[in-house]
Design a protein around this ligand. Structure first.
Ligand SMILES: [Ca+2]
Ligand SMILES: [Ca+2]
Length: 448
């Protein structure tokens, strides 16, 4: 790599460290215990944002080029990770936060990049240039901790595809070459699930520990796997009584089970999403258009009806893009699986894009497009801020003294915090702020 590029990357990393900026305030609002922010507004497209913990990563079209950005919902700060311009760009990022720290992967004009924010190892480690993990025509990387997986064209034959697995140290080919393109890929720990496109594509599971592949589903009829070890979910087309139907299946490492209703009328399922043993899938048939939640034990329920589209699940939070009769049109709804309560996050005519929820269910990110003197595109983030006692929309140790005041001297709290709902301190949601809320407040503000 040349010196100019090295200097430019040094500047980028300085930007990440030093030029953390507040995001635009327009569009920000409270939605129950969630605070919703419009993180970007743009003329070009935004990618599907990816979320881990309070961190959100997305690619964002700027005038000069598409770049990868990182936003922290806990601090309301954003930083630009790449500085591509002209015909170069970086896109389709993924993120994971584990005990080892923050890892981000993206695809770009230079190849697949894996950046480790804590150690500084990866593409640019702060002192020396590191080569991209991969430098050919690549698909979107997906990461889990320091592991990553992606698809890439086969050496010498761009019409064929290989699938690669990076274990934090070395890159290996875990499948390929195949004549079919990769349609979908996901990773959890050492395991990679992927679907090969084309008429005869099907879902495979690669076990990075044993370098073996397991075929899931029926050849030619399985689609869109999602994975959260030890479970993999996908949906399959099957011929039933002369009709083609689709069903959702789950593999638990031992056997396969069908988890959508054995109902011949169910005619389509979109990509399932999985969190632990739960599986969320979009279903459609005449008169029914909603999200089905499988609880991991043996029961499936339909969460919404009406014109529902995007959906995601993380922790106890299920997010549905719905246009159902019981909700305002074109609305994102956060559904608390622990309490059964719905919270409307948006209430406008924005088109729904795609949505993701963090593993702890506390951060939601989605992309939207809307008309405002021309088409606009934006990334929106909802952050769960119950316990935000100083009403700055953030949840951190600054809230402790305000919580103590609300607990010990409510009238003083009310007079010193005009417009700030004291029930934000009702952590256990029993309608009162008292000693029962101390433990849940401490575990929220000071997580272990
Ligand atoms: Ca606060
Ligand atoms: Ca309470």
């Amino acid at each position: 790599m040349n010196m100019i590029l090295q200097i430019s990357w040094a500047a980028v990393m300085m930007l990440v460290v030093m030029s953390v900026t507040a995001v635009p305030a327009k569009g920000d609002h409270w939605a129950g215990n969630w605070y919703v922010r419009r993180v970007t507004v743009d003329y070009g497209g935004n990618s599907l944002p990816r979320v881990s913990g309070s961190m959100v990563v997305y690619s964002h079209d700027l005038v000069t080029g598409r770049n990868v950005w990182l936003y922290d919902a806990a601090t309301n700060t954003a930083g630009q990770l790449t500085s591509y311009s002209g015909g170069s760009s970086a896109y389709n990022p993924d993120i994971s936060v584990d005990a080892d720290g923050l890892h981000i992967a993206w695809n770009s004009s230079d190849g697949i990049t894996l950046y480790h924010a804590t150690s500084g190892t990866g593409f640019w480690n702060g002192t020396s240039w590191q080569p991209p993990l991969h430098e050919r025509n690549n698909g979107s990387p997906r990461i889990s901790g320091s592991n990553a997986a992606w698809a890439s064209s086969h050496p010498g034959d761009p019409t064929r595809t290989d699938i690669y697995f990076y274990n934090g140290t070395t890159t290996v080919t875990c499948y390929g070459p195949t004549a079919y393109t990769l349609e979908y890929l996901d990773i959890s720990g050492q395991k990679v699930a992927f679907q090969l496109g084309g008429e005869y594509g099907n879902v495979w599971l690669y076990d990075g520990a044993t370098a073996s592949q397991v075929q899931l589903g029926s050849p030619g009829n399985a689609f869109a796997p999602d994975i959260d070890v030890p479970y993999v979910a996908w949906y399959e087309k099957r011929s039933v009584g002369g009709w083609t139907k689709t069903y959702v299946f789950r593999y638990d490492g031992v056997g396969t089970s069908q988890i959508s209703p054995a109902d011949d009328e169910w005619i389509t399922h979109d990509q399932p999403q999985i969190s632990g043993a739960r599986v969320l899938s979009h279903v459609w048939k005449p008169g029914v258009n909603g999200f089905q939640l499988y609880d991991g034990v043996g029961t499936s329920v339909l969460l919404t009806c009406g014109n529902t589209q995007a959906g995601a699940i993380g922790g106890n939070t299920c997010v549905l893009g719905a246009d159902a009769p019981e909700y305002p049109s074109y609305t994102y709804i956060a559904y608390d699986l622990a309490t059964g309560q719905y919270q409307t996050l948006t209430n406008d005519t924005h088109q729904r894009g795609a949505v993701r929820v963090s593993e702890d269910g506390k951060t939601i990110a989605w992309s939207e497009e809307w008309y405002e003197a021309g088409m606009r595109y934006g990334i929106f983030v909802a952050h769960y801020a119950k316990g935000d006692m100083n009403c700055d929309t953030l949840l951190n140790t600054d809230d402790i003294s305000h919580f103590v005041q609300a607990l010990l001297n409510p009238s003083e709290y009310l007079s010193s915090h005009p417009g700030c709902d004291i029930l934000r301190g009702d952590m256990n949601e029993d309608g009162a702020v008292n000693g029962l809320d101390i433990q849940p407040f401490v575990s929220t503000v000071l997580p272990p």
